[in-house]
Design a protein around this ligand. Structure first.
Ligand SMILES: [Zn+2]
Length: 303
């Protein structure tokens, strides 16, 4: 597959060498070509009626807001700077911004599969960066107030000068395979017949391979040998990086951890292929924008 998973491939240049220059940032904010993406309670603004493509605005849209919002820089495309603007303080954002006829705010997970690919990547960046600003108004080191610097790519503590950077939480997710079968699991509360690749957070002091082996044996009792990295995906809910692997099982007997999973079992390649193609059958797999779908498709299509 040539294209990466959803939420990757933002077309914006992050200009990390320019955003540290306050004068450059000021010029971009004052430039009438500059585009601003309103984000309300982590939902991006999208154009009506389709509610798929991002709806960019000029700064005039925010001029009457009190207190004035603090834009965060997403990047530059074709010489035009693009910022995200957190408007979460508004109660009825479409009405208060005067955009009800042309735009709305949409939950990213709900629209991800229908967004233009570049827009999904930009929205993922905006969602994670705005969320990080909201959660880091105080310094983790001393509790003092922090201030945004370098277009929001960093926050510094006003009291102790500590520098803070946006954090990403790595998650390993693996298609555990043995011959023509793949191990999938399901959690409680999932839609009927839905199974997915096993996943879990990487812990401190752990390699990707060690995390895959630990998660799989903890959740399913299956011992994994070789682990091969395949692809990664930003997962902006709020700020994870999904690290997709193909893991070779060395054992076959499944012992489900009932705390982690409701069920885990082996599925034949043909059953998974049919589920990926949308056939109604014994198995439902995660949607096409998820890396689980991408992993399973890659394995099914591999020689
Ligand atoms: Zn501090």
């Amino acid at each position: 597959m040539a294209d990466g998973p959803a939420f990757s491939g933002s077309p914006l240049d992050r200009v990390s060498h320019k955003r540290t220059d306050p004068a450059w940032l000021e010029r971009q904010l004052a430039d009438e070509k500059t585009r601003f993406l309103p984000v309300w309670r982590l939902e991006p603004m999208v154009k009506l009626p389709a509610a798929q493509a991002l709806a960019w605005a000029k700064w005039v849209l925010f001029e009457d807001l009190d207190p004035p919002p603090e834009p965060v820089l997403l990047g530059v495309a074709d010489g035009v700077a693009h910022f995200a603007v957190d408007v979460s303080a508004l109660e009825k954002p479409e009405v208060e911004l005067g955009v009800s006829d042309v735009a709305c705010f949409a939950e990213l997970r709900a629209i991800a599969s229908s967004m233009p690919p570049g827009d999904a990547g930009i929205a993922a960046h905006a969602r994670s960066l705005v969320d990080w600003q909201q959660r880091n108004r105080h310094c983790p080191a001393c509790g003092g107030r922090t201030r945004q610097v370098f277009g929001g790519s960093q926050r510094n503590c006003i009291d102790c000068s500590a520098e803070h950077f946006p954090r990403t939480s790595p998650v390993v997710i693996s298609a555990v395979v043995r011959g023509d079968r793949c191990l999938l699991g399901r959690s409680r509360g999932w839609p009927a017949r839905m199974y997915s690749a096993l996943a879990g957070y990487l812990e401190p002091g752990e390699t990707i391979e060690e995390a895959v082996r630990r998660e799989v044996v903890e959740e399913s009792g299956i011992v994994v040998g070789d682990v091969r990295y395949l692809a990664s995906q930003p997962w902006p809910f709020p700020s994870s990086l999904m690290i997709g692997c193909i893991a070779a099982a060395e054992t076959e007997s499944v012992v489900v951890d009932p705390v982690e999973l409701e069920d885990a079992r082996w599925f034949d390649r043909n059953v998974i292929r049919a589920a990926l193609d949308g056939a109604a059958g014994e198995l439902v797999v995660p949607p096409s924008f998820s890396i689980a779908h991408y992993l399973l498709r890659s394995w099914v299509d591999s020689p």
